[in-house]
Design a protein around this ligand. Sequence first.
Ligand code: SF4
Length: 308
Amino acid sequence: MGPLVNVLSWSLSRQQAFNECRRQYYWQYYGSWGGWDDSAPPEARQAYRLKQIVNLDMWAGDILHTVVEGEVKRLRSGYRPKPVPLRERTRALLNEQWKQSVEQRWRDNAKHNRNLFEHYYGLPVSDARRMEIRDKLFACLEHFCSLPLLDHLMTTDPAAWLAIEHLDTFLADGVPVYVKMDCAVRLNGKVTIIDWKSGKESERDRDQVACYGLYAMQKWRSGLESVGAVLVYLHTPEVVETTIAPETALAMQEKIVTGIHAMRQCLVNPAANEARRDDFPMTDQKNRCRRCNFHEMCYGPGPIVEHE
Ligand code: SF4
C-alpha cells in the first residue's frame, strides 16, 4: 500500500466544522494529518491527539452504537437481544473507557484509548452526571430490545442485508462524500436504511437521510421511490419512518456541491488539497471555543476559560 494521501472530501460533520470555525476545520482535516506517526511534527501530533477527544454525550452515543451494532450483527443468526447482557456489556465499556481517559492511556495510543473532553480540559464530572449517562444508555438499550422492528430483521433473508455500520462514499462534483449507515436492508422490495439515535430529533437528521438517498441511488442504483429510512430515537423511544422526495435529494446535492466549492476556495493549492493555517481564521463566536477539542491549539494548555 502506498502512502496515505489527504484528499478533499465532504461529510455533514466536515461541513459543520467548516461553518462553525475555519480554524477548527483546519486542525481537524489538515493540521492533524499524519499526526498518528511518531515522526510527524509535534503540532500535527498534538492536533491528531485532540481530534480523537469526545465529550460525555458523544461518548455515550459511541458506546450505544458499538453495543447495538454487535447485536444487529447477531440478529442475523436469529439471536434476539436481551437487556441484561447488554447492560453488562455497556457497564464494562463505560468503566474501561473511563479508566483509559483518567489514566491518560491515550498518551501511548491516541486512536485506541478514550480521551474525554471533560478530563482533558479539567472540567468536573459529578457522580450524578456519570449515573445519568449510564441510566440513559440502559434505558436506550431496554427500548432497543423491545423494538418490533427487530422481529422483521431477524426473519429477513441474509441476502437482503446491504450494510451494517458501513462507512462508504459516493461522488459529488468528483469529490467523495462520506456516509456511515447503521444498517441497510431490503424490506418488501425497498432499500430501508435504519439509523439508531441516542439524542433528540434534529435538522441534521433530515440532511443525513437525504445523503443516504443520494448514496443509495449511486451505490445500489435505487430510484428514490424505492428508498426509505427508519430513524429510531432510542431514548424517547420513537420510530420515525421517512421517504426522500426528489426535490429534497436535489437540494442536498446542491448543498454538498456548494460546500465543496467553498472548501476548495480556502486552499492554497486546490489541486494538491494543501491548506495553510493562516487562511483559516479563528471564529469570532468565542462561546464555541469553550466546547472545542482544539482549544489548546488556540489558547495554550490548561483548563478552558471564558473568552471575550
Ligand atoms: S478554540 Fe475556538 S477558535 Fe480555536 S479552533 Fe476551536 S472554536 Fe476555533
